[in-house]
Design a protein around this ligand. Structure first.
Ligand SMILES: [Zn+2]
Ligand SMILES: [Zn+2]
Length: 268
């Protein structure tokens, strides 16, 4: 089984009812914590205590702000789910600092119950994490902070989905995403952004995302982490180079039942 729920797809500044980049895999794995993942995930019928594993792409504010909220919402984890495992958290080099920050904010020395039992594991490009039914490969991203891309593969069907996280185009990305069924690629630089700005912030345009999708031979491309007002122009630019592109939609659910077998459902 390989399912993706799009909890948030917005850029770093979210408007009313929006959530920044944050996704759930198979209802129990979370990729990044958005501004407020613990609240936003309930809109797609996932409870914060359902999450057993967390993958952080990088520790920029818009990807990690929701971490103290997720911890706090797990205060009664063991009472609500007596058999719940400790929370496993994987991520880049800055991860321990962000976790310490979340603990400080929650005053965990005085209120230890506010931070669920957890394990922190730093992961590096080229490594993989075995989650039984799923294999998670760790890839490079090219961003001002140490950052990761992740590839989730259903070990029984071979179906796979890749999340780039925030990144500029780099030559390792198509290789990492090679033959994936769905590529979830950031497109937070508007198509007309000056190159110098893009070089400074190290983000991707929709053309960059389409280039990766083409070079990787991805089945479908989902553009995420974009400002709502730029949605149409971003989609048009990506589609010009890669017709099987679509905009990520908050609340959408993707099921990949086997290689090339995708099934989408959207919120009403
Ligand atoms: Zn970032
Ligand atoms: Zn970001």
């Amino acid at each position: 089984m390989l399912s993706v729920q799009f909890i948030g797809i917005s850029g770093s500044r979210v408007g009313p009812g929006e959530e920044t980049a944050c996704y759930a895999i198979n209802g129990s794995i979370l990729i990044d914590t958005g501004w407020s993942a613990a609240v936003s995930m309930q809109a797609v019928d996932i409870q914060p205590t359902d999450i057993d594993t967390l993958f952080i792409t990088h520790c920029h504010q818009d990807h990690i702000l929701g971490l103290p909220g997720l911890f706090f919402a797990n205060s009664r984890r063991k009472q609500i789910r007596p058999d719940a495992p400790d929370l496993d958290i994987y991520g880049p080099l800055d991860l321990p600092l962000s976790i310490e920050g979340a603990k400080t904010l929650l005053r965990s020395k005085q209120y230890p119950q506010c931070v669920p039992d957890h394990r922190v594991t730093l992961v590096y490009p080229g490594e993989s994490v075995d989650l039984g039914d799923l294999k998670v490969d760790v890839g490079r991203a090219f961003h001002p902070l140490d950052a990761r891309a992740y590839r989730f593969t259903d070990t029984s069907t071979g179906a796979s989905v890749v999340f780039t996280g925030d990144t500029a185009y780099h030559e390792f990305l198509p290789e990492f995403a090679k033959g994936c069924d769905v590529l979830v690629h950031e497109a937070s630089s508007t198509p007309n952004t000056e190159l110098s700005t893009r070089q400074r912030v190290l983000h991707s345009t929709p053309q960059d995302a389409a280039r990766v999708a083409n070079e990787a031979g991805a089945g479908e491309l989902v553009l995420v982490h974009y400002a709502a007002e730029n949605g149409q122009v971003i989609l048009d630019r990506a589609k010009a180079d890669f017709p099987a592109a679509q905009l990520g939609v908050k609340g959408a659910k993707l099921e990949i039942n086997g290689p090339g077998q995708t099934e989408w459902s959207y919120p009403h």
